[in-house]
Design a protein around this ligand. Structure first.
Ligand code: ATP
Ligand code: MG
Length: 384
């Protein structure tokens, strides 16, 4: 049964998924730039810390392009574990998104992937999507043939195709990843009617793929770092979303929502939602505090999970960062003050914490990017 949309209250704030329409704020400059790149066939690499809004902005630009000669194909490869997982996702997305109606997908497959007999099912619900599995394997298709598909389709349909690949850093995890990356790059860079927008969250993996001279994707496209949404853009958004629910929030408190979580897009929306839920008419200090405590409680399970199994030295290293230390961990003073063990430990600790995505290293300085994690950690562990 389709839920009756009219009786579901519209949520004032949305988090945990990509946002669109009235839940999407600002990003005017970045949207314009990304759109321009798309329209001019420029390859873009989009990077930002987690939950800043990459998926949302790409989907927004996709929805704003109404030139019939440009087709934007979006795919997410977060769950692809191998080279052929990726080719199946790549081809499926192309088959689905280069036709105007779901019914034409089958024709598309017959036209471009003649050697396959895919399993296709249409769901009975009118709005739901077609689902299919193509069954591409090394026995029926060579990697090159699949990687050429967008160019082939673009030429036949006389359009330009932009292929957007979300969580692209996943490619780096495949067995024999460098060889695969070489294949991708060598084919994609010669395509005249296709451009790529590659984006992902794990910043150190993404920068390694694209900014390391030794890597195949070095200088493949324009690097775009998605910044935080500024407080002055958030405040009117927050205030108007409160107003849409018949409630009110003062400018200083709306500002405080942003500042408390250092403008992390997802946390701003989550905190605003918590505060709204506490508020009767106009937001009070108490409502804000309750909302914030709820935010910590909602996230503490995840944070605890991230710390599971860490050694005391590793926890102490995090504590040092939370106390404002970002470099010189090997110095005698820091080693002693925070009890980090020997100097020789430091590199190993850094690597472990970076692999767990707890810390980021930028120009030899170490940071914890998640502002809420920092606050939570200080409360839990500062007395180690
Ligand atoms: N332009 C925006 N306006 C308002 N809120 C936004 C915007 N962009 C992102 N958000 C908030 O941030 C959340 C995460 O957005 P999104 O999933 O697009 O980020 P992401 O960078 O792709 O995240 P991930 O690192 O998990 O892939 C959204 O659910 C929403 O709460
Ligand atoms: Mg995303």
């Amino acid at each position: 049964m389709q839920p009756n949309r009219s009786i579901i209250m519209k949520k004032a704030f949305v988090y945990g998924m990509s946002v669109e329409g009235e839940n999407f704020t600002d990003r005017v400059k970045e949207t314009k730039r990304l759109k321009l790149d798309f329209e001019n066939g420029i390859n873009v690499i989009l990077v930002s810390p987690r939950r800043m809004g990459k998926s949302s902005i790409v989907k927004k630009v996709k929805s704003e392009i109404n030139n019939p000669l440009i087709k934007v194909v979006y795919m997410d490869i977060y769950d692809c574990r191998s080279e052929y997982d990726f080719y199946n996702r790549f081809a499926s997305a192309l088959m689905k998104e280069t036709v105007s109606k779901a019914e034409l997908v089958v024709e598309n497959i017959k036209r471009f992937l003649t050697r396959l007999t895919p399993k296709i099912s249409f769901s009975s619900e009118p709005m739901s999507e077609i689902s299919f599995s193509l069954g591409i394997t090394p026995r029926n298709y060579q990697p090159e043939e699949i990687l050429q598909l967008p160019e082939q389709i673009a030429k036949e349909q006389n359009v330009h195709i932009i292929v957007c690949i979300d969580e692209f850093q996943q490619i780096g995890e495949f067995t024999d990843s460098i060889t695969i990356q070489k294949k991708l790059r060598s084919i994609w860079q010669h395509q005249r009617n296709v451009s790529y927008c590659l984006f992902g969250s794990k910043k150190h993996l993404m920068t390694n793929l694209f900014q390391n001279r030794k890597m195949p994707f070095y200088q493949f496209g324009e690097m775009m770092f998605l910044d935080k949404i500024a407080t002055e853009d958030w405040v009117p958004f927050i205030q108007s979303r409160f107003a849409s629910q018949g409630k009110e929030i003062s400018e200083p408190l709306a500002k405080r929502i942003c500042e408390t979580v250092e403008n992390n897009s997802s946390y701003v929306q989550q905190l605003a939602w918590n505060v709204l839920a506490e508020t009767e008419h106009e937001v009070t200090e108490k409502d804000f505090t309750n909302g914030f405590e709820a935010l910590l409680a909602q996230n503490s399970g995840l944070f605890e999970e991230q710390l599971q199994g860490l050694t005391t030295y590793q926890l102490n290293f995090i504590r040092a960062i939370c106390n404002g230390i970002h470099s010189n961990f090997g110095s005698k003073a820091v080693l002693e003050e925070f009890n980090l063990g020997g100097k020789s430990n430091i590199t190993r600790i850094k690597n472990t914490l970076r692999n767990r995505e707890i810390i980021e290293i930028d120009k030899n300085k170490v940071f914890i990017e998640d502002p809420l994690f920092r606050i939570w950690f200080k409360r839990q562990y500062n007395n180690l």
